[in-house]
Design a protein around this ligand. Sequence first.
Ligand SMILES: [Zn+2]
Length: 120
Amino acid sequence: MATCRECGAGIYGRSDKVFCGDACRNAFNNNKRSKRDREAAIINRILIKNKNILQSIVSQGRRNCKREELQAMGFNFNYATSFMIKEGGKIIVSCYNFSYVNSSNGRVYISSKIILNEAK
Ligand SMILES: [Zn+2]
């Protein structure tokens, strides 16, 4: 006999049923969705943290810093909101309204974009 994927109870009737009832189907799907949302929330937190770190550097009047300094602040270089490859291969990495370029000298050059005007 098949068992419910949510509660493990035996399922009677049609052999292709995977849940014992609507309540279990809904519970299963809600749980699946919340797991997916949690994963997205973790990435969102990383991105927001990256943005706040860039913001804190720029708000000190600085436009560049060592890559290690960002790392020490908890910056995660694996996440960004967009990339743009310029002629010559220079990669501009964006994190919301901030963007940066990794230079071969080990420094990161930061600029802040005014995206509200561009969105029009
Ligand atoms: Zn069930």
